[in-house]
Design a protein around this ligand. Structure first.
Ligand code: HEC
Ligand code: HEC
Length: 372
């Protein structure tokens, strides 16, 4: 029997609403309007920003800017250096290297299905893709280029003024338009052709192990009902397998550190002490390709991640109750927070996570470096 999805399936299957509905583009003279190419089982409740409709020209320009090394101080790196397509747009390092090999203290985030997210960065400090895109250009540990200088360089380039003209109707380049073009390209980075997607579309069967992993992933355990679960979809939700797109409610403390070692995380943005140690629950799509894992890249493998959730949860005042209260065994009165999955069950969840790998996404030529 096929595994039954819980009620969120119904909630997110409100189809028929198109993401681009509020856009107005002059189809005769202006840029060519584009629709997001997403499956109908993705959420349909997030509109395209009215002031940045998706267009062929805007996406093309955004793709060039994403791979444009002129946007870094010494011309050595682009967005694509730390967000590499073959790694589902992460970079494979614990911490990313910026210009002059300066190392940051955060793990590069994989980029996919960004249209359905509403807070960006591990601590959620950007609320739009348009705003986010300017930050790494100026960040001293990343591209380290004042945005005014970025504008000057593009304005002086032989190609860019006319490309901005085609995309936005003006050849006067501004930081805002750079952000808009980058955001448009990033919205097209849709990953929806993994084995998991093929299974949703009834095109393939999962192996028994993958199926067990899927059931555990999507089940909150309850030992009294003999319901075994890994608890994962309490935070990595729905078909996007991501924190819910509802602002900061997708941010959690998943037990990485004890009280005295908690990093500030979301607290940096909200100034609320109760947000200490909370980070964005990222999408797990293509997760087998995006290690090392967590905001500080502390885990090398998915097996280590499962060991963490099963046996090494660190208790603290902000530890998420969804973790605190989840176990496959009736509590024995000790303080230890343990999920009590068997080795076989942990392996099954890892097998399920591998079904989220999307080869089309990492080889799609529309997302690759146009300068190669
Ligand atoms: C030096 C490496 C580096 C470069 C260059 C870089 N990034 Fe990033 N990117 C990161 C890291 C690290 C994070 C997480 C940082 C944090 O949370 O503080 C990140 C986060 C992001 C996110 C947030 C994703 C999410 O799910 O919240 C987006 C979007 C993004 N980068 C886009 C870009 C764009 C666009 C550019 C080019 C203008 C760029 N990045 C350049 C390393 C880099
Ligand atoms: C209480 C919410 C919550 C639960 C439950 C939860 N996660 Fe997470 N998960 C998070 C958060 C938050 C992060 C990011 C934490 C950080 O980096 O500080 C994360 C990160 C991860 C990462 C690393 C992602 C990356 O890009 O580096 C993986 C893999 C992961 N979780 C898998 C799982 C699995 C498998 C389960 C079930 C066994 C699970 N999670 C249960 C909230 C949760």
């Amino acid at each position: 029997m096929r595994f039954q999805f819980p009620t969120w399936l119904g909630l997110i299957c409100v189809c028929g609403l198109f993401a681009c509905q509020n856009t107005e583009v002059d189809l005769i003279n202006g840029p060519q309007q584009m629709m997001l190419d997403a499956p109908d089982y993705f959420p349909a409740n997030i509109p395209m920003p009215a002031d940045n409709p998706l267009t062929e020209e805007g996406v093309q320009l955004g793709r060039m800017l994403f791979y444009e090394k002129k946007l870094s101080a010494d011309g050595s790196i682009s967005c694509g250096s730390c967000h590499q397509q073959q790694n589902a747009f992460s970079d494979g390092n614990q911490f990313s290297f910026g210009v002059n090999n300066t190392q940051g203290d955060m793990n590069s985030m994989a980029l996919s299905n960004l249209h359905w997210q509403t807070k960006f960065f591990w601590n959620g400090r950007a609320s739009t893709l348009e705003a986010q895109a300017i930050v790494p250009i100026e960040d001293v540990r990343e591209m380290n280029l004042p945005i005014a200088e970025a504008v000057n360089r593009l304005q002086a380039d032989a190609r860019y003024p006319s490309l901005f003209e085609s995309a936005f109707g003006t050849d006067a380049i501004t930081p805002g338009l750079i952000g808009k073009a980058l955001a448009q390209f990033e919205r097209t980075l849709i990953s929806a052709n993994s084995k998991f997607d093929a299974w949703i579309r009834n095109e393939v069967e999962l192996t028994p192990e993958e199926k067990l992993g899927l059931e555990l992933f999507f089940t909150h355990p309850d030992p009294k009902l003999q319901l075994r679960g890994g608890n994962c979809s309490d935070c990595h939700i729905g078909f996007l397998i991501a924190g819910d797109p509802n602002g900061f409610s997708g941010f959690h403390n998943n037990g990485l550190d004890a009280e005295e070692k908690l990093s500030s995380g979301l607290m940096n943005v909200t100034a609320n002490p109760f947000d200490q140690g909370k980070f964005k629950a990222p999408s797990l799509r293509n997760i087998a390709l995006t290690g090392p894992y967590m905001h500080d890249g502390r885990f090398q493998s998915l097996e280590e991640v499962l060991d963490h959730y099963n046996d090494h949860i660190q208790n603290s005042t902000t530890l998420d109750v969804l973790i605190l209260e989840a176990s496959n065994e009736v509590p024995d009165g000790s303080d230890a927070v343990k999920l009590h999955l068997s080795d076989e069950e942990k392996k099954a969840i890892v097998a399920f996570l591998h079904t989220l790998t999307d080869q089309d996404f990492i080889t799609n030529s529309k997302f690759s470096n146009p300068f190669n």
